[in-house]
Design a binder for this molecule. Structure first.
Ligand SMILES: Nc1ncnc2c1ncn2[C@@H]1O[C@H](COP(=O)(O)OP(=O)(O)OP(=O)(O)O)[C@@H](O)[C@H]1O
Length: 697
């Protein structure tokens, strides 16, 4: 209950404001539902588009009973200035505390009353920012910050900080702590009520610049990235609606896990995809690469090879172009066409754009001759000449169209063609690795790998510029290859990016070694690199245990400082023999199921079938990673390879040595183990029959 009493019961007043805000929100929704669009739409296409927008708006205005409409209140000392007033209409109905300042309720979305005056201010509005940033040292004109506590949708508590009262001392907020420690059930949720100052700075950094965030497990990188998109959409709604936004994640399960955060914040238009989704539009990925081949194919030098290979299609003209029109013949000599070609090459334009431009250039040369001969040709004549069979034939010989997939197929199947463009760039050994072991005859027949699809995407961009979005968030970025960074980078070449990752969690053979390099490949070398160090997921004991691996997996990285005490959160249990391990694991899961919240059983991929069978025999069904946990179904069996980015209240970790052995080398194995050890919110039980990796000792 409150530390400071007001004259009448403040909790009652706050509940009244909540009830009034809900009524106002309902009225806003009803207004939208009542819109009659028949008069304003010219045809059914317009009507359908408008109706879809209205439906989205109705969805965005839904009053979700489990997500409180507001979570905080700011009492300003003075009226807010014009620079902050955006999103706050000029009316007087914002509450006015004694003393002449203004009062604002901060929530997930803007709610206004029938007069258009705000009842709740969007957390992203400038006037809300002090809720996250104001401190005793720098109160930002805030007299009082109030946080609200809810139980099952009911407003049940509040907590005040009087930032300008010298008598009051700094205390950690109990409501904040409780919110951070709330058990996890279901998919990831938003953190608007508790964004921390250092996170808020990243969330609100401008649309113009790219930000890269290095942060250990559970420091809120994913949360920050998603809230940043929501913030940018608020601050630059029109521009981003036109250009589009995208969140890139490592796999489907992860995308499922995070997919509800943005809709809960009212943002329904953000695309979410894996890098493979982005690049696999052109070919179907059916094959896999060995790690040696994948590393070379993912190396940025491949971009140089492709560039050379595509340019090799340009051949200097051997003959003049002779265009016959009516009774006349027009001749453009070979040297003149060659000059055009050199000029196009020097301009460094896209291959396909130059292919389109060349016939027009040749036609122009013909037109000049026509004019010299006293004719008066216009644009239509130029276009007709550009389509003349002789011009077409000349362009086909000099600057032929190139199909990106066919180009890559030739590079991967024709050793001489590869050598011609890779010599001096790739060693002989590397070239051998890149060549298909079973050369396919056609694009359709080829068993393309994920890395091949990225090469094709690169080639396609050499032919025609890739469409760029306004903003792209890349999560778990440390696992991207340089070529994958390039693929994502061209999708934000005219926009900006948020790059999120942890060097210690890189588990691909090509994983990022330095953020500077990664940003260079992304095409954003001037990005700001930030670091998050406070951990909101993993309890102190557990993160300390996992951090023992850091010197081996990422020397130089500082361990995460957990904000969660939770004594007794780590149990390491040795099982007498391998035969008894499955039963011990099932028992540990049952033990965990007695607690509230979600349970994740993480095991080496190879151990999953046996554990699945053991659980089934004991009468437990389990979910797959990313599938929604519910009150009835709370146990997920997670192959270690899919654990990244996910979290569970209680984690049972099966046989760490097997997790390490599941990877091609020890460092990658230990990194995989580090990921597995850092998924727990409340408790971790480690079970092992084999000796633990000595780095944990
Ligand atoms: N300011 C915060 N208030 C409350 N919870 C937070 C805050 N920041 C992060 N969290 C919670 O901490 C957990 C970890 O956050 P998140 O998944 O974003 O971390 P991460 O850095 O992406 O971790 P990983 O490296 O393991 O992928 C999530 O449950 C998230 O909601």
């Amino acid at each position: 209950m409150p530390a400071h009493e007001e004259s009448s019961n403040p909790l009652v007043k706050e509940r009244n404001h909540l009830a009034a805000s809900r009524t106002a929100l309902r009225a806003m929704r009803e207004d939208v539902q009542a819109l009659d669009i028949r008069d304003v739409t010219a045809n059914w296409v317009n009507a359908a588009v408008l109706q879809a927008q209205i439906d989205d708006r109705i969805k965005a205005l839904a009053d979700l009973s489990h997500t409180p409409l507001f979570f905080g209140r700011l009492d300003y000392l003075h009226e807010v200035g014009a620079e902050k007033a955006e999103g706050v209409s000029a009316g007087a109905a914002r509450g006015a505390p004694a003393g002449g300042g203004e009062q604002f309720y901060i929530g997930r979305r803007h709610v206004h009353d029938a007069h258009g005056d705000p009842m709740v201010i969007d957390w992203r509005a400038p006037v809300s920012q002090p809720f996250y940033q104001a401190s005793r040292k720098n109160p930002l004109d805030v007299d009082r910050r109030r946080r609200f506590g809810y139980t099952g949708g009911e407003l049940t508590a509040y907590e005040d900080e009087h930032l300008t009262d010298p008598a009051e001392t700094e205390q950690t907020s109990k409501l904040l702590q409780a919110e951070i420690e709330r058990p996890r059930v279901g998919p990831m949720r938003d953190i608007v009520a508790t964004i921390q100052p250092e996170q808020d700075e990243i969330v609100r950094s401008g649309l113009g610049g790219t930000v890269c965030v290095q942060g250990g497990p559970g420091t809120g990188k994913t949360a920050v990235g998603l809230h940043r998109v929501a913030y940018l959409l608020y601050a630059h709604r029109e521009r981003l609606a036109r250009t589009g936004t995208l969140v890139v994640g490592p796999n489907r399960s992860f995308l499922h896990y995070i997919e509800q955060v943005l809709p809960a914040l009212g943002e329904l238009e953000v695309r979410q995809a894996t890098v493979e989704d982005l690049v696999a539009a052109r070919v179907e990925v059916r094959g896999t690469d060995g790690s040696a081949a994948a590393v070379i194919k993912g190396d940025a030098r491949m971009a140089d090879v492709l560039r050379q290979a595509i340019r090799s299609h340009v051949t200097p003209p051997a003959e003049p172009v002779v265009v016959v029109r009516g009774s006349r013949r027009w001749r453009v000599p070979a040297y003149e066409v060659e000059e055009m070609v050199s000029e196009l090459l020097a301009r460094d334009m896209r291959y396909g754009a130059a292919h389109e431009a060349l016939p027009q250039r040749i036609a122009h040369a013909v037109l000049v001759r026509m004019e010299e001969a006293g004719e008066a040709p216009d644009d239509r004549v130029q276009n007709a000449v550009a389509r003349n069979p002789a011009v077409k034939a000349a362009v086909k010989a000099v600057w032929p169209a190139v199909d990106p997939a066919k180009l890559v197929l030739r590079l991967l199947t024709d050793a001489d063609f590869l050598a011609a463009h890779a010599d001096g760039i790739l060693t002989d050994e590397e070239q051998k690795h890149v060549l298909m072991t079973r050369p396919a005859r056609s694009v359709k027949a080829a068993r393309w790998t994920a890395a091949d699809a990225v090469l094709i995407d690169e080639a396609a961009d050499l032919v025609a510029r890739t469409h760029s979005l306004g903003h792209v968030v890349i999560d778990e970025a440390q696992d991207l290859s340089p070529m994958q960074y390039r693929a994502v980078g061209r999708r934000c070449s005219t926009g900006s990016a948020t790059v999120l990752g942890d060097l210690a969690q890189g588990t691909t053979p090509w994983s990022t070694r330095s953020w500077e390099q990664a940003l260079f490949h992304l095409g954003k070398p001037d990005a700001v690199i930030e670091e998050l160090t406070a951990g909101f997921r993993v309890p102190r004991e557990v993160i300390a245990y996992a951090s023992r691996l850091l010197p081996a997996i990422s020397p130089g990285l500082a361990p995460v400082e957990s904000v969660r005490e939770t004594p007794g959160s780590l149990v390491v249990r040795e099982v007498a023999s391998a035969q008894e391990l499955d039963a011990a694991v099932v028992a540990a899961c049952e033990e965990s199921l007695r607690q509230e919240g979600s349970i994740g059983l993480i095991a080496a991929d190879a151990r999953v079938p046996s554990l699945s069978a053991a659980l089934a025999a004991a009468g437990h069904s389990c979910l797959s990673p990313g599938e929604e946990t519910t009150a009835e179904s709370r146990l997920t069996l997670v192959p270690a390879s899919l654990a990244k980015g996910l979290e569970y209240d209680y984690v049972v970790l099966d046989e760490p040595a097997a997790v390490v052995d599941g990877e091609p080398d020890e460092r990658t194995g230990l990194r995989r183990l580090y990921v597995a050890l850092t998924r727990a919110v409340s408790g971790l039980v480690v079970l092992h029959a084999a000796p633990l990796p000595q780095q944990l000792g």
